[in-house]
Design a protein around this ligand. Structure first.
Ligand SMILES: Nc1ncnc2c1ncn2[C@@H]1O[C@H](COP(=O)(O)OP(=O)(O)OP(=O)(O)O)[C@@H](O)[C@H]1O
Ligand SMILES: [Mg+2]
Length: 295
């Protein structure tokens, strides 16, 4: 893990600790709820960073999501698998505010009701999304792409604090290392391989310091080596970030879950959770084999 990410992790922990500061001067009710909860701020003190409950999305009567419930813990890397049309992308559309569900609840931490926020607000409170197709600025260099992503978030503050410039340079340098593009920093992004563009886009998302990252089929079209490196990258983010990774590539899912016997995989089918457990448990589940893995 890079110092940058460790620092980010430390910052998140520090903020969480601050939120847990006791108010308990007056005793009674205040003491029993000994946390200061700031409205609109991410609160993961209860462990969950994402909470979906009973979400239903209908398209002309067809239920793309059907009473879907899902809990993601802070710092977790959750893999989501399932056949085409299972509702995986629709689930991400609901989390990011692109699609409004007909029913259900969606919370970011314990206090932020995602169903009350617009798409741009959801992005700005720390939910980053990576679509399947890479969307980098092809005419700009790799470095400039990261620079732009950094500035997108910090407009006025960045221009006021001139010291931030060297910090920004350090952050971009650390990110170039993390996404294996140091040697290509000055290259035009349009000339990168498909896999490198995917990494660049992930780097751009990370520059905005998201707390939760949603990655829809991130290794589609990558070479085996690029896929392996992507698994390493995601594993290095685990803990300091929360990640939801949707993939069909089972070798990649295997790489993401190996070494941690308890790591959860969720199988979606027909808009709801068909199974949830370790990869081995899912692979041994007859229903899962029937609708997905056995094909
Ligand atoms: N805007 C829409 N209008 C109508 N139907 C839709 C819309 N978006 C998704 N659907 C349908 O909802 C179902 C779930 O689609 P979704 O894209 O979420 O599946 P998925 O699990 O991401 O599949 P894949 O693995 O192929 O990406 C599909 O049957 C799809 O055709
Ligand atoms: Mg999809």
């Amino acid at each position: 893990m890079t110092p940058e990410l460790m620092e980010a992790g430390a910052r998140i922990r520090e903020e969480a600790a601050k939120r847990q500061t006791t108010t308990g001067l007056s005793g009674g009710r205040a003491a029993s709820y000994s946390r200061v909860v700031v409205p609109g701020e991410l609160d993961v003190a209860h462990g969950a960073i994402l909470y979906l409950d009973d979400i239903t999305v209908s398209f002309d009567g067809f239920k793309a999501l059907n009473a879907l419930s899902l809990n993601i813990s802070a710092g977790e890397l959750r893999c989501i698998i399932g056949p085409n049309g299972a509702g995986k992308t629709t689930m991400m559309d609901v989390i990011t505010g692109k699609t409004r569900p007909d029913a259900g609840k969606a919370f970011f931490g314990s206090t932020i009701d995602l169903l009350r926020l617009r798409e741009n607000q959801i992005a700005s409170i720390g939910i980053g999304r990576k679509f399947q197709k890479p969307t980098v600025f092809e005419q700009l260099s790799v470095f400039e792409n990261l620079e732009l992503a950094l500035k997108a978030d910090r407009g006025v503050k960045a221009s006021m604090l001139f010291r931030l410039d060297s910090e920004q340079l350090d952050r971009i340098g650390a990110m170039l290392n993390l996404i294996h593009l140091k040697a290509d920093a000055q290259r035009t992004a349009g000339l990168l391989s498909h896999g490198q563009k995917q990494w660049l886009e992930i780097g751009m998302l990370l520059m905005q310091d998201p707390k939760l990252l949603l990655l829809d089929e991130p290794v589609a079209g990558m070479t085996d080596e690029e896929t392996e490196r992507t698994a390493e990258l995601f594993l290095s983010l685990e803990g300091s970030h929360s990640l939801v990774v949707v993939e069909h590539d089972m070798k990649f899912i295997g790489e993401l879950t190996q070494g941690k016997a308890t790591k959860k995989v969720t199988v979606l089918h027909e808009g709801s959770v068909l199974a949830e457990g370790t990869l081995a448990e899912c692979q041994a589940n007859e229903k899962v084999v029937e609708v997905y893995l056995g094909r």
